[in-house]
Design a protein around this ligand. Structure first.
Ligand code: GLV
Length: 328
């Protein structure tokens, strides 16, 4: 494109794979945060002043006030499939394009969901802790028994791309698949899934996988009442967002063995972790690793870059969230 002086500036709020930076550099002057930490809100606002766009992370909060203060930003390219860090309606009102990175992280996230499911059911992380504590005294017929996965019932909450990819994995384990979502999904049915209401899913499932996006309808979806419906052996897997679950209720259900266990990749107030989880052996904790593979993060970086470049060129970004904004 044009020489670097006349190129618009794009802020990239954390280091992303080089492939995304290289694409951005073709069209933008890239203003990368090279610090090994998130920018404070104040630092972020300062950087955004005068910039055309931003490649943003989940930790960057774009609430109504922040958005109303933006003067030059035309695109917020979120480096994630989730965009609950952004007030989309406020952005649309200001003509700011919001984009995300759907599709490219589906399999990686479903893999983590299934990894947590297996690790929790078969007590892998607990076993690892035992060995490190020099507490493996030898195989016995009753040592560290877990639960079968094959042939059991999985209840998938949210039948979008990731929920469907979890179902595909469950089919490989000959599981009975139940699902609940806002809309029925024919692909789920063709994988052998049965649409049920939320209560039925919670009552009948041996494993419950949360694969919804976070919004006002899913915030606190799984609370004390829902946990009470689950089997005392059931395992809850959350790779969606921490806020989908009432963590205090979950800790209590796990402590009192009202449910069998939980595999969690996401938490309320990340990176802070409710310390009560650390005291429980029936929980497997992962530090938000859903999309964390070299290949997936490279694809996300490319998509985030392409999204921003499309806005610059007046084209439709591949990961547009607020389509309405393009019509105005
Ligand atoms: C990660 O949690 C994402 O939304 O991409």
């Amino acid at each position: 494109m044009s020489n670097s002086k006349s190129r618009p500036r794009i802020v990239v709020t954390r280091q992303i794979p080089e492939t995304g930076i290289a694409l951005l550099k073709k069209c933008f002057k890239v203003d990368l945060n090279t610090l090994d930490r998130d920018l404070t809100h104040r630092e972020l606002l300062k950087k955004l002043d005068g910039a055309f766009g931003v490649v943003a992370m989940m930790a960057n909060r774009f609430d109504r006030q922040t958005i109303s203060d933006l003067k030059t930003i035309r695109v917020i390219s979120n480096f994630a499939v989730g965009f609950n860090n952004i007030d989309v309606a406020a952005a649309t009102g200001k003509g700011i394009v919001i984009t995300n990175t759907p599709g490219v992280l589906t399999d990686a996230t479903a893999d983590i969901a299934f990894g947590l499911l297996l690790a929790t059911a078969r007590r892998i992380a607990e076993g690892d802790r035992r060995i490190r504590a020099r507490n493996f005294k030898g195989w016995t017929p009753t040592f560290m028994l877990g639960q079968d996965v094959s042939g059991k019932t999985i209840g998938i909450i949210g039948a979008g791309r990731i929920g469907t990819a979890v179902a595909r994995r469950a089919k490989g384990f000959a599981m009975k698949i139940l699902y609940y979502s806002r809309k029925r999904n024919p692909e789920m049915n063709s994988l052998g899934g049965t649409f049920v209401d939320l209560s039925t899913l919670l009552v009948e499932s041996d494993f419950v996988s949360l694969n919804v996006s976070l919004d006002s309808g899913t915030h606190g979806l799984i609370g004390r009442k829902e946990l009470a419906l689950m089997k005392s052996t059931a395992i809850l897997i959350n790779t969606a967002r921490g806020e989908v679950v009432d963590e205090t209720a979950l800790v209590s259900a796990l402590r009192k063995k009202k449910i069998g266990g939980a595999g969690l990749d996401v938490f309320v107030n990340e990176p802070k972790i409710n310390q009560e989880f650390l005291k429980l052996d029936n929980v497997v904790l992962a530090p938000h690793l859903g999309s964390a593979t070299f290949e997936t993060r490279a694809r996300m970086a490319e998509m985030a870059a392409m999204n921003a470049i499309a806005v610059l060129k007046g084209e439709r970004p591949p990961g547009i969230v607020n389509t309405e904004v393009l019509e105005t």
